[in-house]
Design a protein around this ligand. Structure first.
Ligand code: 3H9
Length: 687
């Protein structure tokens, strides 16, 4: 008999419980166990009713995602759920924790549902490029109506128990023990009531409206439309036919590359959390109090991350005026959230109270972690870290938010380089998910464990990387942007390049992104590097010419594009075209038509090639870590899985052949193939 599904008798009630840690996923053994235990309960003449529950934190997180893409093993989940629904004995789902995907579908097949107050319930399949495939699109509309079902299923966001109760998904919230509440319901004399027997409420225009809304929201994705198709099937077809239609749509989504990309995007951050060489025996240092130096946009955003996670944080500035300005910005951000109804006035005050303003380094003496977010200059960083070394308590983690400077050089300003680490947040820090943690040569293992743990606590996706110029994210960004500029130099327009990349799925193209970030930033850095006779810096080009004219991007309403007052929509501009034309003429370039295929492959191959170098140098531990950086920090389309995953799907041999061809044609240093890529292709392996 199954050891992942247990059977116990409570008087005349059989309690079937799923016990498959960590999340009670419904893999083959669990599915078989469920059927066996149901048969046992049905055969047991002393049993009058059945309660189905989960052991541990979860009721069930749904289908075992690791089984997708492998040959299907019977029994199928829809068959298991149908068996529970058609049982002659009343079946109550006692939802003790998360009930997601197939887990919720299983509960929907039960005759009644009781949930713990902290349970969360949802059908998140759409986030994995799927639709609910075990009756969710057919049973949920019967309980909540087609409109609400479309909203819940196409958003994929879980509902807390109270919301699930008011929507009609669950019958009751348990005050205490959820199995006891299910037994209580049975004592009240409930009998079998099947979801399949209910009708679906839907208006005729609902489905067309839903499809149109989805096109606006997520035009590149296949599965949200398939969800609507399946729910429409539920409204129009008899129950069993609707189930068959759902199954067909589920299987076609399962076979899609979008599903593969999104499931990679699901597992990759969980892998990234396991830093090679930092096993579970390395305990993170406790962080009860944090400090942030610099109350600018970055520092203020970082301080908010800590306050949001209920961790008191000291925010240090050198001048009272800058401190007040920083605090006012933080308050304004919280007030904006409150205005949207997502925070109460009390919560705003509670968060503000967690941020302790200071003008004195001595106030950082008791901080467990200090993050510096001051001006990007090695001299300034040295001064800050020298001071931190004097004032901070022994064992405090000293972190820098630098995006360009060498962590090892910064650490050299202290007598405790083992405590120094990079924590590279992305702007706006309180919003962006990525936290690129950077280990220096001397960074202690428990300091690395600490910053990964802090990432988790403040709700970020943490990735550990090594030291190099730009680390993982910006290094690939620079390589990709340099190629985008080269394409324009040769004859493409900025809007053409941007369109190819937004059609690929990026939220914004490289040039629109540069306008958002500000052209002045890169221009000043390049000017500085040119002054210092840096051999790697490019000669001045049309982007420098734009910046020289004061066209800094969105903030000056003109950059590569121009912007109408109050709008962020980029409008192509003749002045930019003229500067590009002048640059081409000065360089003796005759512009040529550049097609979409060339734009896409040159940008993408460049990313894969730079990623392969990063991997070979050990800057990233795994290809999927590079994907995590780009998925969470740079708006890479999740359904494509990240640049390295995309490269593998495209075929590394084809990527290499393309790189070699570009090298033969364009001859630049950047187009030399990464040795790792060549090795892998020769060995017929992937990353
Ligand atoms: C589906 O149900 C299809 C059906 O409609 C139709 C079928 C026919 N499978 O996230 P955590 C692993 S599609 C396999 O760190 P938390 C996870 O990788 C499914 N493994 O914990 C990790 O492993 P490791 C729809 C899974 O507490 C460990 O469990 N369901 C699954 O922060 C702990 O996970 C979903 O999309 C799974 N389903 O969050 C739910 N789920 O330790 C996906 C988790 O080796 N899951 N793992 O790194 C979640 O959203 C979160 O994991 C959950 C727990 C909220 C449950």
């Amino acid at each position: 008999m199954s050891d992942v599904v247990h059977y116990a008798r409570r008087g005349r009630v059989a309690v079937i419980s799923i016990d498959s840690p960590p999340v009670n996923a419904l893999g083959q053994a669990v599915r078989q166990g469920l059927l066996d235990r149901l048969a046992q309960a049905e055969a047991d003449a002393g049993v009058g009713a059945i309660v189905l529950t989960g052991t541990g934190k979860a009721f069930s997180a749904g289908a075992d995602i690791r089984e997708f893409g492998k040959p299907a093993q019977p029994p199928s989940l829809p068959d298991v759920i149908n068996a529970f629904e058609t049982s002659a004995k009343p079946v109550i789902a006692a939802i003790n924790g998360v009930a997601l995907g197939g887990g919720l579908e299983l509960a929907l097949g039960c005759h009644y549902r009781v949930a713990g107050a902290f349970a969360s319930l949802g059908l998140p399949e759409v986030k994995l490029g799927l639709i609910p495939g075990a009756g969710g699109t057919v049973r949920l509309p019967r309980l909540v109506g087609a409109k609400a079902a479309i909203d819940i299923i196409t958003a994929g966001e879980p509902l807390k128990a109270p919301a699930a109760e008011s929507a009609g998904i669950i019958d009751r919230i348990a005050e205490g023990d959820v199995v006891a509440a299910a037994l209580q319901l049975l004592e009240e004399g409930v009998t079998g009531r099947r979801t399949r027997d209910l009708a679906v409420e839907a208006t005729p225009e609902l489905f067309a409206e839903a499809r149109a809304a989805i096109v606006k929201r997520s035009r590149s994705l296949v599965s949200p439309q398939a969800c609507v198709d399946a729910i429409e099937g539920a409204a129009r077809l008899p129950f069993m036919e609707a189930l068959a239609k759902e199954r067909g749509l589920f299987l076609s989504c399962l076979a899609s590359p979008q599903r593969a990309g999104l499931i990679h995007a699901f597992f990759a951050p969980r892998e990234a959390a396991k830093v090679p060489g930092i096993g579970p025996e390395v305990k993170p240092r406790p962080v009860a109090k944090a400090g942030v130096i610099g109350a600018g946009t970055m520092g203020g955003g970082i301080a908010m991350c800590f306050a949001n996670a209920d961790i008191p944080v000291t925010l240090l500035e050198m001048k009272a005026e800058a401190l007040e300005k920083g605090l006012a910005t933080i308050r304004a951000n919280y007030e904006a959230t409150r205005a949207k109804g997502r925070m109460t006035a009390e919560e705003v005050e509670a968060r503000m109270a967690l941020i302790r303003p200071s003008l004195d380094y001595a106030d950082l003496a008791d901080a467990d972690l200090v993050i510096e977010a001051v001006f990007e200059s090695m001299a300034v960083k040295h001064e800050v870290f020298g001071t931190l070394d004097r004032v901070c308590k022994p064992g405090a983690v000293l972190a820098t938010n630098t995006s360009t400077l060498d962590i090892d050089q910064i650490a050299a300003a202290t007598r405790r380089p083992q405590d120094v680490v990079g924590m590279h947040f992305f702007s706006p820090a309180n919003v962006m998910k990525l936290l690129e943690n950077v280990r220096g040569k001397a960074t202690a293992p428990d300091v690395q464990a600490t910053v990964m743990e802090v990432a988790r606590r403040i709700g970020k996706v943490g990735v550990m990387v090594g030291v190099c110029y730009g680390f993982v994210g910006n290094r690939i960004l620079h390589a990709r942007n340099r190629e985008a500029i080269a394409l324009v130099n040769e004859g493409a327009s900025p809007q053409q390049v941007d369109k190819v990349l937004t059609d690929f799925g990026f939220a914004m193209g490289p040039f629109a992104t540069s306008d958002l970030a500000g052209l002045d930033v890169g221009w000043r850095i390049r000017e500085e590097r040119r002054k210092n006779k840096d051999p790697d810096v490019d000669a001045p080009n049309w982007l420098d010419a734009l910046a020289e004219k004061g066209r800094f991007g969105q903030k000056t309403r003109a950059g590569i594009y121009r912007y109408e007052a109050g709008s962020r929509a980029p409008i192509p501009d003749a002045e930019t075209d003229a500067l590009i034309a002048a640059y081409r003429a000065a360089q003796g370039i005759t512009p040529r038509p550049v097609d979409e295929e060339e734009i896409l492959t040159r940008c993408m191959f460049m990313m894969v090639n730079e990623g392969a170098r990063i991997l070979d140098e050990g800057i990233a531990a795994r290809a999927s870590d590079i994907d995590v950086v780009w998925l969470n920090g740079y708006g890479f389309p999740a359904f494509r899985g990240g640049p390295m995953f995309w490269g593998e799907q495209y075929g590394l041999d084809k990527v290499l052949a393309g790189i070699d061809a570009f090298h033969a044609r364009l001859g630049t240093r950047a187009w030399r193939a990464a040795p790792l890529l060549r090795r892998l292709v020769a060995e017929g392996r992937g990353f």
